[in-house]
Each structure stands twice: as C-alpha cells, then as structure tokens.
Design a protein around this ligand. Structure first.
Ligand SMILES: *[C@@H]1O[C@H](CO)[C@@H](O)[C@H](O)[C@H]1NC(C)=O
Ligand SMILES: *[C@@H]1O[C@H](CO)[C@@H](O)[C@H](O)[C@H]1NC(C)=O
Ligand SMILES: *[C@@H]1O[C@H](CO)[C@@H](O)[C@H](O)[C@H]1NC(C)=O
Length: 353
C-alpha cells in the first residue's frame, strides 16, 4: 500500500473537501486549489524529509507528479519481480516511495534506482505536456541545427535534464544521515537516472515534396518505462557488492569500493550496488523487512523461482480447485444477435503454506 499513490488518494486522505472539487473540476483547478492547501497537505504527507517538505510547499503541482513517478517505479518493480520470492513488498515504514527495505541488499538497490528513475521520467513527461509551470520542452535544443548529421532540432524535445535534476533534488533529499546506506542509496538513485538518460530516443521527421528528405527535424523523447524496468532488472542480476570506505578526521563514509578485488576499484556509474547480502525472503521478518511467501501463488510445474518448491521454500503448498466458466463458441445469427455456449473447466491453483 502506497499512501502517495495518486492525486485522488493523496487528496482524499488528507483533504476530503478538495477531493470533491477536484473530481468534478479541471487540472487547472487542481493546481490552484492545491496551492491554497499546500501547507496543510505537505505537512501531513508522512515520511517527508525537511527539504522535501520545503519543495512540496513551493511546488505543489510538481509534488503530485513526484507521487505519480514514485508509483510508476513501484508498479514496474512489482511487474519485474512478480515471479520472485521477493515481490517488491516490504514490512516497515511507509513513505512517499512505498515501504523501505531495512537491509542494504540488492533488492533495496533496485527499488531506489527504479523510483529515482520513475520520478525523473514522470517530471520530464509532465514538462513536455505543459503540465508544470516551471518547465516545458528542452529549450537548449529548439531551433538549433545539427551540423554533423544535417538535421534541425524541432518539435518538443523532452527536457530530461530538468527531470533528472528535479529527481536529484527531491529524491536524494531523503538521505540525511551520514551512514553507509546513504552512499549506497545515492549511488543507486544516480544509476537509475543515468540508465534513463542513456535510453532517451531520437525521433525524426522528413519534410519536402513527397517524403523526400530535403529537410529533417528531430527531437528527443522518453523511452517507455517498461524498457527502463528491464534494463534495471539486468543490472540487479549483476549488482556489485561494495564496501564503504571512510576518510577524514571523523572517519565518515566517503566513497564506495568494489569488494573482494585487489586494489581499489570504483563501481561503474550505472552499476547497482549493495552492501549486505539478501535475506532469503522465505519467512516474515520485521528485522529484514521480508514479508515471507506464505499465501503466494506458485506454479507446480515450473523449475524457476515461481515454482512451488522454490517459492514455498520447501514448506509445501495448498491446492485450491475451482471451476472456471466463460462464454464460448459465439456465433453471429442473422439478424442480429450473437449466440454463445457456456464452457467450463476445472482448474487448480497452488498457494504456499
Ligand atoms: C497532463 O495533464 C493532463 C490533464 O490533466 C493529464 O491527462 C495528463 O496525464 C498529464 N500528463 C502527465 C505526464 O502528467
Ligand atoms: C507480494 O507478496 C505478499 C506476501 O505473500 C502479498 O501479500 C502481496 O500481495 C504480494 N504483492 C504483489 C504486488 O503481488
Ligand atoms: C507453469 O510453468 C510452466 C513451465 O514453466 C508453464 O508452461 C505454465 O504456463 C505455467 N503455468 C502458469 C499457470 O503460469
């Protein structure tokens, strides 16, 4: 359960009167009404760091998009891990970004990267569609000519730099304590944003008589977020175990080093990094944030992580039988109706004990 999942949930929870106005009003009404109530709303969103609260108060329209971006990341996380023992849920404190994992594991690395990327993606998309007052299309590109490749920037180029900078300011602001986890989280946030930036697309259009390409205009667009999900899932599989190096008089954590290699190697910018081994996520455990796999659906014939053996950690599974009923063999009859039969099938599903 995410508290800050959408503007309607957020507003209906914290400000029922506004919700009534909004559901019947327009987006314009939304931003002005939100501006009126920004103080009240921003003070009531749980788990915001002080600097995040300040951004919320000065940019209430953007904060709604931040919530949508975080949700985009969480939904993608749940999709990517739908067959895993860990399915992107965690026990623990609820924040704008969902529930946080206590262990500095590769799963935590993934959630940080995907939410930071989600926020950058949502802000950039909202800018391109003219939904936010302080940004729009990438003005650095508009009207310029690309000498080398012989085309002109045109249309609306997505301002990914703005989206990334906003994500950096807002998402990274939750890392207050100077701990090892802070370094890990900041690295993974940046890795998520970097992956997004590297996957920006160029779209072009030819102009001229009958499609001849006498002039060509191009613009940058955002990739589908699903693509980012797959890239980050690969990075998760190859996540790098790091250790935190300390320096200075106070021996504060200052940088990351790849563990168990001779000499000093920094992780790469787009690597996901973790500092602790993952729990096995078999049982519920508040200390690690694991919700366990009891009650999860599993597949009796699969050899993969969704198979009952692996998913249920050897505890066994329950079989539920039910009859699936649907309309079938539908035929069009002259004239004019459709006649169907009713088909049914006995099915079984399996859930972990
Ligand atoms: C922009 O605003 C419109 C109108 O409210 C909405 O339908 C659309 O989803 C918004 N786009 C983004 C990317 O937030
Ligand atoms: C993940 O697993 C938990 C524990 O079995 C379950 O309660 C939850 O609904 C699952 N979440 C999703 C998104 O499938
Ligand atoms: C279970 O796994 C098998 C083998 O991987 C697959 O063919 C089948 O479609 C799966 N069944 C369900 C219900 O997902």
């Amino acid at each position: 359960m995410i508290i800050f999942s959408s503007r309607s949930v957020l507003l209906s929870v914290y400000y029922p009167q506004i919700f009534l106005i909004l559901t019947s009003g327009s987006y314009l009404a939304l931003s002005s009404v939100v501006a009126l109530g920004a103080n009240i709303i921003c003070n009531k969103i749980p788990g915001l760091a002080p600097r995040q609260r300040a951004i919320c108060q000065s940019r209430p329209d953007a904060i709604i998009v931040v919530g949508e971006g975080a949700q985009l990341g969480i939904n993608e996380c749940q999709y990517q891990f739908r067959y895993g023992r860990w399915n992107c849920s965690a026990l623990g404190e609820r924040t704008v970004f969902g529930q946080e994992l206590r262990v500095g594991s590769r799963e935590a690395a993934f959630t940080y990267a995907i939410t930071a990327a989600g926020v950058a993606h949502a802000i950039t998309a909202a800018c391109s569609q003219g939904n936010l007052s302080q940004c729009g299309c990438d003005r650095e590109k508009q009207g310029y000519y690309n000498q080398e490749e012989g085309w002109k920037w045109g249309g609306c180029s997505a301002d990914i730099k703005y989206g990334i900078e906003f994500s950096r300011r807002f998402v990274d602001a939750r890392e207050i304590k100077k701990t090892q986890r802070r370094l890990m989280n900041l690295h993974n946030n940046e890795a998520g944003r970097k992956v997004l930036e590297e996957r920006m697309k160029l779209e072009c259009k030819c102009h001229g008589v009958s499609g001849s390409c006498t002039t060509k205009t191009c613009w940058t667009t955002l990739p589908k977020f699903r693509e980012i999900g797959y890239v980050l899932k690969d990075k998760y599989n190859e996540a790098v175990h790091v250790e935190v190096m300390r320096a200075g008089r106070l021996r504060q954590p200052t940088h990351l080093k790849v563990k168990q290699v001779q000499g000093y190697h920094k992780p790469m910018e787009t690597d996901l990094v973790y500092i602790e081994r993952s729990p096995n996520y078999c049982e519920e455990d508040a200390a690690t944030g694991s919700v366990g796999t009891q009650g999860r659906l599993c597949n009796r014939t699969s050899q993969h992580t969704d198979g009952c053996d692996l998913m249920c950690c050897g505890r066994g599974y329950n079989t539920h039988q039910y009859t699936k009923v649907w309309q079938c063999n539908c035929k069009f009859q002259w004239c004019c109706f459709v006649k169907c039969n009713t088909c049914s099938e006995r099915t079984e599903v399996f859930t972990c004990k």
